[in-house]
Design a protein around this ligand. Structure first.
Ligand SMILES: [Zn+2]
Length: 428
């Protein structure tokens, strides 16, 4: 089983320069190979394989010696691998089209091996841990020993280390760990929770007996207002001026705060839900225009067409980080041997009566409460949806029956179950 942990790094000025060189080389290689990919795609109608890209490196290093002296060779190979994955994620509808990288954005490089973690403070672990983390060092090729702060003990074997720097100048290492063959056996034996993701409340959960909902965090709006203000300031500054650079840093900092706060909220919420349930059923909301067709980028003749998106709703969805939330739920459940069930987004979870199965076709988005005309039961919209989602998940797992109407298309559920989520390592 794989796991990732993120630690803060504190490189010296000299190390920052050495890292910057490697960031630069990796960025150069990414942009060059991405350009080649798009060019090959338009002239030959195919994508280059990773091995073809890597085969160009020795010649390129002869032309550009700094690519060899400044950068650890495996960093470039890892970049080719990431590009391949990025193109694949794009085609499988999990991510946006890969873009060219700019120096002003977040920079990152991956070391697939030869990274060591050295800690001299093992004995002091529990007490120091609580206050400020444990001092340790990470040995990185071509850079040396970089000071790091650990807040958790390392479990398992280090597989890859990704070093990144945010636009505001914070350095991090994301360490991919292999926990060995400790495969947790998946079981559906336990509490089953259905979750309705909503625009009014963030989530509404139902576990068979009780329902509870969690509101959208308040800071979201505040940070977003701040972000809009800072971006406006940035747009007023003259290009290339030092005031523009300062404004850029401020924008980057708000972005960071927003993303940290969101991740914190989603981690806590998903931890709470997974602690209380063995099976979690959610709706697959097609957040990034999830495309059903899955194929190899090398074989794809053209980009699949995406469904037109509803502007206002899609913005709200993206901002609430639902895709990330489902990823967190997925890996947290996997770690405890639980199951995440994603049901078809066309399942009419809001329109079905969870009591008798009657379908209220005319339900409007503004109707928060409604009464079933068949059995006269009064429903709260989100709670009713959570109940239906839960029962539909049980039906897919073969644990019960669904009140699903006959006019709903069937046969997509097994496909939905096997939808692969983005690996957790790529989150950090
Ligand atoms: Zn009813």
């Amino acid at each position: 089983m794989r796991k990732a942990m993120k630690v803060r790094l504190d490189p010296t000025a000299e190390q920052k320069q050495l890292l910057a060189k490697q960031f630069g080389c990796a960025r150069f290689w990414w942009n060059r190979s991405l350009g080649l990919q798009y060019k090959t795609r338009s002239t030959q109608g195919r994508w280059l394989k990773r091995t073809e890209l890597n085969a160009m490196l020795p010649q390129l290093k002869k032309e550009l010696p700094w690519l060899k002296t400044d950068c650890y060779s495996q960093v470039l190979q890892a970049t080719s691998k990431h590009l391949e994955q990025a193109l694949k994620n794009w085609f499988e509808g999990r991510a946006k089209k890969p873009r060219f990288k700019a120096k002003s954005n977040k920079q990152s490089i991956s070391f697939p091996q030869n990274v060591l973690v050295i800690s001299n403070h093992r004995s002091a672990f529990p007490s120091v841990l609580k206050r400020r983390g444990v001092a340790a060092q990470i040995k990185v090729p071509k850079v040396g020993l970089i000071d790091a702060k650990f807040t958790k003990e390392i479990e398992g074997i280090i597989k890859t280390v990704t070093i990144s720097v945010t636009p505001s100048g914070k350095y991090y290492a994301s360490i991919g760990l292999d926990l060995g063959d400790k495969e947790v056996k998946q079981s559906t034996d336990g509490a089953i929770t259905g979750i309705d993701l909503g625009l009014k409340d963030y989530v509404t959960c139902h576990n068979g007996t009780d329902s509870y909902s969690v509101k959208h965090p308040k800071w979201l709006k505040r940070h977003e207002r701040n972000l809009r203000y800072q971006q406006k300031q940035l747009s007023r500054r003259k290009k290339g001026s030092s005031r523009r650079n300062k404004a850029r840093l401020l924008v980057a900092r708000v972005h960071e705060k927003l993303s940290n706060a969101r991740q914190d909220f989603l981690h806590k919420l998903s931890r709470k839900i997974t602690a209380l349930s063995q099976v979690v059923v959610v709706e697959n909301l097609n957040i990034k225009g999830m495309v059903k067709k899955r194929c190899d980028p090398a074989e794809v003749p053209s980009a699949p067409e995406r469904a037109p998106r509803h502007r206002k709703l899609s913005k709200a969805i993206a901002q609430s980080g639902w895709g990330m939330f489902l990823n967190f739920l997925d890996y947290k459940l996997k770690h405890k041997g639980g199951v995440l069930v994603e049901i078809d987004r066309f399942f009419p979870s809001s329109k079905l009566c969870s009591n008798c199965g009657h379908k209220y076709q005319e339900l409007e988005l503004s109707e928060r409460e409604w009464t079933c005309s068949a059995c006269m039961k009064k429903h709260s919209r989100d709670e009713n949806a959570a109940k239906n989602i839960r029962v539909e998940g049980m039906r897919i797992l073969g644990l019960g029956h669904s009140p699903r109407g006959d006019d709903v298309r069937l046969g997509t559920c097994s496909e939905q179950l096997s939808v692969k989520r983005v690996p957790t390592e790529s989150l950090s």
